[in-house]
Design a protein around this ligand. Structure first.
Ligand code: PLP
Length: 471
């Protein structure tokens, strides 16, 4: 592609993106396609000869986009609502053009140093002190795996050379994200050495049950290694009692990892800082800018007070990767399994600078406010009930009828293309999850979606009175 062709195509693509941001509400949120539809629509083999970019771009619009569920849609309320904001998109565009690899300081000094700078800015917004070292991973799932790997290195340093000894145990709650257990499986702890601690009526880990489990394991000759506690759990947005859990971690000398993948960004808002109480005592903590900090997927940040342990657990440099600066600079490849690393700090820098600290606080605050608006709508409707406290931007609720009615309700909302929600099960009941966090979501989006939910429920109630009666 010549520079002139590239310039013309880039303008065309930029125009499409700008229009997409503007008209996004005209697109169905969820893909209204059947399994296999896209595969059937595309050629079975790649083209032998190159094709014009205009043709590819036209097919992107006509064939690919309709097959996508649009996570950047302001009425995408499923899982966790995310935002790829315009400054983040611009940074991704530049990062792809520059295509640097942030594996070593030497491999692209500015990429490493921008990571240090942006993570220091974010650390200050979170009121964590300077002893916290930050690193960007792709996802929180990798972050928790690295953290549990560091905990193992801490507890069992011979593991690196001798392999893992049996009996190391990991503690999660019944509601901890599955990535923690998956990490324990991947690292060779064994699923039977993961304890799922019971939660209280607000879906938070019960410290006394944690202590009981640890005592039981010690009696059985096991070696308690790592606790994973959540600030903003996936199912219910629960904020676990970190100070009490940190007391237990201290008492027994166990690594404490805080999963704030979703909830962490809220701690940037001054009146929400309380959710981080006790986090300063953790050994590591992860939060995802790609969830609720207006940065496109992927970008997850891990902070730790023990970077040397992460390095001990993960560093291994072949001759090719040695540089004269080793020892005097940060080589991020030393803190994880990944060698090649995308230049993710650029999008953090763009987003943090474009919106500024106050702009980010205002956007987070608005999402928190909209969650309270929705909470009140649910409370005012006699047919519905809240299923969990609303402390962050996630509202869990259900129709008072049977689970089957709630399942039908969710399916109909999602099939409408007008909004997209997801579900969970709390206390055996099927619950709808409405997560707010996209930068374009307005009160009108929330209220109209609630209108759609309650009208659909009325219709289902009329056609299925037995299911609606429920209990
Ligand atoms: N932790 C929590 C609380 C989550 O909600 C999620 C995903 O939703 C994860 C971890 C995993 O995040 P990632 O997709 O970045 O691996």
């Amino acid at each position: 592609m010549t520079p002139e062709e590239f310039r013309a195509a880039a303008h065309q693509h930029a125009d499409w993106i700008a229009q997409f941001f503007q008209d996004i509400r005209d697109f169905p949120v969820a893909a209204l396609t059947e399994p296999g539809e896209l595969v059937a629509a595309l050629p079975r083999t790649a083209p032998e000869e190159g094709q014009p970019i205009n043709e590819i771009f036209a097919d992107f619009q006509s064939t690919i986009v309709p097959s996508l569920t649009l996570w950047n849609h302001p009425r995408f309320f499923a899982y966790f609502s995310v935002s790829s904001t315009p400054p983040s998109v611009l940074a991704e565009f530049l990062a792809a053009a520059i295509n640097v690899n942030a594996m070593l300081w030497k491999s692209s000094p500015g990429a490493t140093e921008l990571e240090q700078v942006t993570l220091s800015w974010l650390r200050q917004w979170l009121a964590l002190d300077e002893s916290w070292f930050g690193i960007i991973y792709d996802t929180a799932s990798i972050g928790v795996m690295q953290a549990i790997g560091a905990a193992r290195e801490w507890m069992d340093p011979e593991c690196r050379t001798q392999g893992m000894r049996p009996g190391l145990t990991v503690y999660v709650s019944e509601h901890t994200h599955s990535s923690a257990e998956k990490a324990a499986i991947t690292l060779g702890f064994g699923q039977e050495n993961v304890r799922r601690i019971a939660v209280d009526d607000q879906f938070r880990m019960r410290p006394e049950k944690l202590q009981e489990a640890i005592e039981g394991d010690l009696t059985a000759g096991k070696r308690p290694c790592c606790i994973v506690a959540s600030v903003g759990s996936t199912s219910a947005g629960a904020i676990e009692p970190i100070p009490a859990i940190a007391d237990i971690a201290d008492r027994y000398g166990i690594w404490l990892h805080v999963d704030a993948a979703y909830g962490g960004p809220a701690a940037v808002v001054p009146e929400m800082r309380y959710i981080f109480e006790g986090v300063e005592r953790a050994h590591s903590m992860v939060l995802n800018p790609h969830k609720w900090l207006y940065v496109s997927i992927d970008c997850s940040v891990l902070y730790t007070r023990y970077p040397d342990i992460f390095r001990r657990a993960s560093s291994l440099a072949s001759e090719v990767l040695r540089t004269p600066e080793d020892g005097g600079v940060v080589n991020y490849m030393d803190y994880g399994v990944q060698l090649g690393r995308r230049f993710r700090a650029l999008k953090l820098w763009y987003v943090f600078r474009y919106y500024g600290h106050q702009g980010i606080i205002a956007m987070l605050r608005e999402a928190l406010r909209l969650a309270q608006v929705l909470k009140q709508l649910v409370e005012r409707d006699a047919d519905f009930e809240l299923a969990a406290p609303v402390e962050l931007s996630l509202v869990c609720f259900r129709h008072r009828g049977e689970n089957a009615l709630n399942q039908r309700l969710l399916a109909e909302i999602n099939a409408s293309g007008k909004a997209f929600l997801s579900h969970t099960v709390l206390n055996g009941k099927f619950v709808l999850r409405f997560a707010i966090g996209n930068y374009q979501t307005t009160e009108q989006d929330v209220c109209e979606t609630w209108g759609l939910i309650s009208e659909t429920a009325q219709r289902l109630k009329a056609s299925e009175p037995v299911l609606a009666a429920g209990g």
